[in-house]
Design a protein around this ligand. Structure first.
Ligand code: SF4
Ligand code: FES
Length: 234
């Protein structure tokens, strides 16, 4: 364990944890968007900036990727920190002006609107979908393409994603809900690709994409028949 000071309050935190983790454990709010405790730290959105070091020589760091260390001084609410966060949220609002999650953070920072040109891109490039697909699902069906203003999440070559198992995790995790997923007549559509859904042998309800169940069977080495019944009927 290490001892750090956050907003002049002494806190102990496990060595190797981030400032954001330590602050959360101590019920100290730091806004964040790209961080997710199930995923590797990414440091993309910069909303979680905090000030560290002495007041004479302060330094700004992204708290979701900066590890705690004994004696570290952290301040989460200085005028400089709040200015940076307001700037960042304005940039994000320019990409997606109506997302409730952004509006809520903006309200908390006293930001009503963005001074930047609204591009309505939808995606805020937090990378949670890409990391979830790779790190949690273990598939890597989607990734980033392009740089700067053209950067976007995409399937390989923008085509039907060969490795996608239609689990929908990317759509679920997206904080601004810009990955459409729809289901109709036994078919799930995601990434402009249609996937057949499996009907439960007992209740007759469509319950999961066939491709996802085949993937489960492969990684668990359980026979395909094991996945013919939905969870409710087990
Ligand atoms: S699609 Fe959603 S989850 Fe993926 S990077 Fe964009 S905002 Fe984040
Ligand atoms: S939450 Fe830290 S950079 Fe996004």
């Amino acid at each position: 364990m290490v001892t750090v000071t956050i907003n002049e309050r002494e806190i102990t935190a496990p060595a190797g944890s981030t400032i954001l983790d330590a602050a959360r454990d101590a019920n100290i709010y730091i806004p964040s968007l790209c961080s997710n405790e199930e995923l590797t730290p990414y440091g993309a959105c910069r909303l979680c900036m905090v000030e560290i070091g002495s007041r004479e020589k302060p330094k700004l760091v992204a708290s979701c990727i900066y590890e705690v260390a004994d004696g570290l001084e952290v301040r989460t609410e200085t005028p400089r920190v709040n200015n940076v966060r307001r700037f960042v949220i304005e940039l994000l609002l320019a990409r997606n002006p109506d997302a409730p999650v952004l509006r809520k953070i903006a309200d908390g920072l006293g930001v009503q609107d963005t001074r930047f040109k609204k591009r309505n891109k939808g995606c805020i490039l937090c990378g949670q979908c890409v990391r979830t697909c790779r790190e949690v699902v273990g598939v890597s069906a989607i990734g980033f393409k392009g740089r700067g203003v053209t950067r976007q999440v995409s399937t390989p070559f923008g085509e039907s994603p060969v490795d996608c198992i239609a689990c929908g995790s990317c759509s679920y995790i997206c904080p601004v809900k810009v990955i459409p997923l729809k289901e109709e007549n036994g078919v799930r559509e995601i990434w402009k690709t249609k996937f057949e859904l499996k009907k439960c042998k007992k209740c007759g309800r469509y319950f999961a994409p066939v491709k996802q169940l085949e993937y489960f069977s492969k990684i668990t080495k359980l026979p395909k028949e094991h996945f013919e019944i939905c969870l409710d009927c087990r």
